[in-house]
Design a protein around this ligand. Structure first.
Ligand code: GLV
Length: 328
């Protein structure tokens, strides 16, 4: 019997490709060019599955153009690049890679928080530019992290992992989420206290965004929200571009409305609002919060597990549209 055909949309670990090749005829896009919507629709013709990454847009058009498609397995926990409703209507299974990246992403959130509050990259730039000539009492004064109040917006598994790490810094944690956590989960998350979004913005010393992107969370942090924050506060976004209104954030940082921002994600990335580059009070990284070697490997294998299960009659462990029993 011939193997089902799949498309792997971007380069991935060679051993994961080999694993996939044991089950499938693999068309691997190895030249590392992001396929446009049109190219993706074409390249999927006749394929039963797609192994995707956050850079491809699996739109309703892509899905409609490929009636043989049975599964789209994304190598990411976020899946705002996939039209899950259109997939569900078309009987296409969609999966993501939750959990395997929680701890690594939480580590990175802390790296950004500490670097932003203590102005680490700004300091390094000064040093590298040969502009450091002496110790001074007021060189690059930052904000304390220990003993401060951490406000987490989006208290899913990553948010909780971030909160757990705050015990060592002797911090208070407040959070806002679509729904309140159980008392047990709150206790494990350094006794996090549920507050309204506005109370969080007004009282946190460090505001950390860990919520999923959706039309409802588009520009959840804009000029009005930034205006509520303390002037000394920092903002960290490890979630998705588009949750923050980047133009409003640049204006707030320029005006000293808040002290700093640590950003791993951007609106329309990898395009980038050049306004950030003129600011010294930002720490900027290119969407790498989950990028440790073991975690990216675990994510790739998790996406492969989902695809193998979806196309061989098994139950994909991370199905996002469980109503589907793909009868295709
Ligand atoms: C990465 O951004 C992910 O959603 O896993």
């Amino acid at each position: 019997m011939s193997k089902p055909e799949i498309l792997v949309t971007r380069p991935v670990f060679p051993d994961v490709l080999e694993r996939l090749a044991q089950h499938f005829e693999v068309d691997a896009n190895q030249n590392d060019r992001i396929l446009t919507e049109e190219e993706l629709a074409q390249r999927l013709h006749g394929k039963a599955g797609a192994f995707t990454t956050p850079t491809e847009r699996v739109t309703a058009r892509v899905i409609a153009a490929n009636p043989h498609l049975k599964a789209v397995c994304n190598m990411a926990v976020g899946y705002n690049n996939i039209d899950v409703d259109a997939a569900t209507r078309a009987g296409v299974i969609v999966t993501n890679t939750p959990d395997v990246l929680n701890e690594t992403t939480a580590d990175f959130a802390w790296a950004l928080l500490l670097a932003t509050a203590r102005r680490v990259t700004e300091a390094e730039h000064i040093l590298r530019a040969g502009k450091w000539d002496r110790w001074r009492f007021d060189t690059l004064l930052g904000a304390d992290v220990h003993g401060s109040t951490l406000g987490i917006i989006g208290m899913g598994r990553i948010g909780q992992a971030i909160a757990r790490r705050s015990t060592g810094f002797d911090m208070r944690v407040i959070y806002h989420n679509r729904s309140r956590l159980s008392q047990e989960l709150e206790a494990r998350a350094n006794h996090a206290r549920y507050v309204s979004r506005d109370e969080l913005l007004c009282s946190a010393d460090h505001v950390l965004l860990a919520l999923p992107y959706s039309p409802e969370s588009h520009h959840a942090i804009g000029a009005a929200e930034l205006a509520l924050m303390k002037r000394t506060a920092t903002l960290v976004n490890i979630a998705r571009g588009g949750i923050v209104d980047d133009a409003a954030l640049i204006a707030a940082l320029r005006a000293g409305r808040i002290a700093g921002a640590g950003l791993d994600v951007f609106e329309n990335e990898p395009a980038f609002n050049p306004g950030f580059l003129d600011l010294s009070n930002v720490v900027l990284t290119p969407h790498i919060a989950s990028a440790s070697e073991p975690t990216r490997r675990a994510m790739a294998n998790c996406a492969a597990d989902n695809l193998i299960a979806a196309l061989t009659g098994g139950n994909p462990p991370n199905i996002l549209n469980p109503r589907i029993q793909s009868g295709k």
